[in-house]
Design a protein around this ligand. Structure first.
Ligand code: 2Q2
Length: 353
């Protein structure tokens, strides 16, 4: 490297210091002394940091933005963990898929480059039972959802997620119904006619929307807004909360009330990372997860009260759909797509009163 290239440490102050110290040195020593100075600076900066460093630093990435209750709950988790562990665990939260897309984060946790994320039915790609978290028209209401996610079936799914993916759920968040947004009203499956529709990477969603007559395209969440804006996709489907926080109302006129999926989502930590922690810190993670879940449930319920009105105030037109027609076609497609083991679980979900 030529001696003309300035070191990043050469602020005016440093340059003054360097030129003074260089006066007493031979010309050939200049590069060496600059490098040595930079080295000393780095060491000096690192020493105090090292003495305060946490024993475990957990990188927690997710797809929602700072406005979304998921993010607020994630930040709450980080605070709770810091407090309960007396600073021995630090959780760094990265919103907006900054740390990677949902699928990349799952891979990252498996490889050990990421530690935590928020994920749900996309885990179907590794754990078949997780696909049932988002089976269209299986869960009927928030009450039904709480019985499934918080009951035996939820535990069974959590167990499979730990065993097959190596992700350990530390809390779950209930979600509002998923609705289809578009730039033309969709009242009946017949109105879809080849509509290019973004879906998350969930094989069951692809199968169902194909059967309904659309052209479903799996895509990461962070790409949806721009793709809608540019018209490479015509619609997407999500609960009110993400439609609002991601600003989809700016690029979609209609919110068609299909309410096709009522699901929940998990906050997960890599099982290997979790098992590498001493027992007292594992307890901290699980306790903080539980408190985060309660905190999120409150925030969620509060937000849900006004989201429909807010989206309409922001310019979206709500469309009542022929839900029976959607449900009939979707259910037939679900039954066709499921393996016998998945079908058993689907039936058990539906049978819970
Ligand atoms: O549309 C999305 O990307 C989100 O609603 C979620 O990521 C979706 O529900 C699934 O990918 C969850 O695993």
């Amino acid at each position: 490297m030529g001696s003309t290239k300035r070191s990043e440490f050469e602020t005016p102050l440093v340059r003054g210091w360097l030129s003074n110290s260089q006066q007493v040195q031979k010309k050939g020593d200049n590069m060496m002394s600059k490098k040595f100075f930079a080295f000393c600076l780095v060491v000096a900066l690192m020493v105090p940091m090292a003495s305060f460093a946490a024993e475990f630093t957990l990188k927690f990435g997710h797809l929602a933005n700072e406005e979304n209750v998921w993010h607020k709950a994630a930040v709450k988790f980080a605070d709770l963990v810091a407090e309960k562990s007396g600073g021995r665990i630090e959780v760094k939260v990265y919103p907006n898929e900054q740390l990677g897309k949902e699928m990349e984060l799952i891979d990252g946790i498996r490889m050990g480059t990421v530690d935590m994320t928020i994920t749900g039915e996309s885990m179907q790609n590794w754990a078949p039972k997780a696909g049932l978290m988002g089976a269209p028209y299986a869960i009927r209401s928030a009450e039904h959802l709480a019985k499934i996610a918080g009951g035996e079936i939820g535990q069974e799914i959590e167990q499979e997620i730990i065993e097959k993916i190596g992700l350990r759920p530390v809390g779950w968040f209930g979600r509002g119904p998923r609705n289809l947004t578009s730039n033309r009203p969709i009242k009946h499956p017949d109105d879809l006619q080849g509509m290019i529709l973004r879906v998350p990477n969930v094989p069951l969603f692809v199968a169902v929307w194909e059967a309904l007559g659309a052209k479903p395209t799996p895509m990461a969440f962070s790409e949806v807004f721009t793709s809608l804006q540019q018209g490479t996709i015509e619609g997407q489907e999500n609960p009110f909360a993400l439609i609002k926080s991601a600003g989809f109302y700016e690029v979609q006129k209609y919110c068609n009330l299909t309410e096709h999926v009522i699901s929940w989502i998990y906050v997960v930590i890599g099982e290997k990372k979790f098992q590498s922690m001493p027992e007292d810190l594992q307890k901290v993670i699980l306790e903080a997860g539980q408190e985060m879940q309660e905190y999120e449930h409150q925030l969620f319920q509060e937000a849900e009260k006004s989201l429909a009105q807010e989206l309409q105030d922001l310019g979206m037109t709500f469309v009542e759909v022929d839900k029976e027609a959607f449900q009939k076609k979707a259910e037939a497609a679900v039954l066709k797509a499921l393996t016998p083991e998945q079908k058993d679980l689907y039936m058990r979900i539906k049978a819970v009163k």
